[in-house]
Design a protein around this ligand. Structure first.
Ligand code: GTP
Ligand code: MG
Length: 259
């Protein structure tokens, strides 16, 4: 028996890029053969005449896609505040929600009400910081700004890789500790983690002092912990590299566990 589709709702402030994200998801999953664009007026979503004319979503776009053999229904909600009710209805029926937002510290406040709604209704959600190509804001700063509007602890999952001219060239997945290079229109290439992401000294300390699941030497442990991570298996959490991400994961896990 085929399982019922999972349902994901895309919500977020007006023009943050939800319908563009839907388009990218449909293309990446193979549901459509051509990557449509809102700007060019050839997207699958927003096909209603009113949406095209206003260049905004005027109703929920519903689309289906299959990802990793699971069928998904995607509900792309309008961002216009006058249509907030539609987004709320979609969030209440969704298995998970993606909050699409702008990469600006001062605009974090625009997702405040959505995050509160999601938290109050205990709806699983993640935040997608979009339009990073238009901004040089540090993801860490945007995350900190978003955190001040979220009742739940936020943990960074991906960070962008930038090229010489600050253009986005790929990303690092912090959970799998893998880096990927974007290839337009094709699946990303798995690439070696850039050197700057590894803290080789922390790695050496860990290998020296962590044996059979515990520290064998308090000095090595102390040295390692001075580098910024409380979680010895998270080299990425070293202060030298991605400042305190290991700590963020640890603290978030402890905080969620205590609720
Ligand atoms: N540079 C850049 N532009 C983007 C990106 N994502 C979306 N846009 C542009 O932002 C504008 C709004 O995009 P939409 O996808 O319609 O935004 P939306 O959140 O669906 O808008 P509403 O549903 O009306 O709230 C369009 O002109 C897009 O081309 C992005 O990642 N980078
Ligand atoms: Mg839209």
């Amino acid at each position: 028996m085929p399982s019922a589709p999972r349902c994901v709702a895309l919500v977020g402030p007006y023009l943050s890029g939800k319908t563009s994200l839907l388009e990218a998801m449909l293309f990446a999953s193979g549901a459509v053969a051509r990557h449509g664009s809102v700007r060019d007026g050839n997207s699958v979503g927003d096909h209603a005449a009113e949406a095209r004319a206003r260049q905004m979503s005027t109703e929920i776009n519903v689309a289906n896609a299959t990802f990793l053999d699971d069928p998904w229904t995607i509900l792309d909600c309008p961002g216009n505040v006058e249509l907030l009710y539609e987004a709320q209805q979609a969030m209440l029926v969704a298995d998970t929600v993606v909050v699409v937002c702008e990469p600006e510290v001062e605009r974090a406040v625009t997702v405040s009400a959505l995050l509160r709604f999601l938290s109050r209704h205990k709806i699983p959600h993640m935040i997608f910081i979009n339009k990073l190509d238009t901004s040089n804001a540090r993801v860490r700063d945007v995350l900190a700004a978003l955190q001040s509007h979220s009742e739940r602890p936020l943990v960074l999952r991906q960070v962008p890789l930038r090229g010489g001219e600050s253009e986005i060239t790929g990303y690092v997945d912090l959970v799998s500790e893998r880096a990927y290079s974007y290839k337009p229109g094709q699946p990303s290439d798995l690439i070696p983690l850039p050197d700057t992401f590894w803290d080789n000294e922390a790695d050496a300390l860990f290998r020296k002092g962590w044996v059979n699941g515990k520290w064998i030497n308090p000095e090595t442990q102390h040295e390692f912990e001075k580098r910024g991570s409380q979680l010895p298996f998270h080299y990425l959490g070293s202060g030298k590299t991605l400042s305190l991400i290991g700590r963020a994961f640890g603290e978030a896990a402890v905080e969620l566990g205590s609720r």
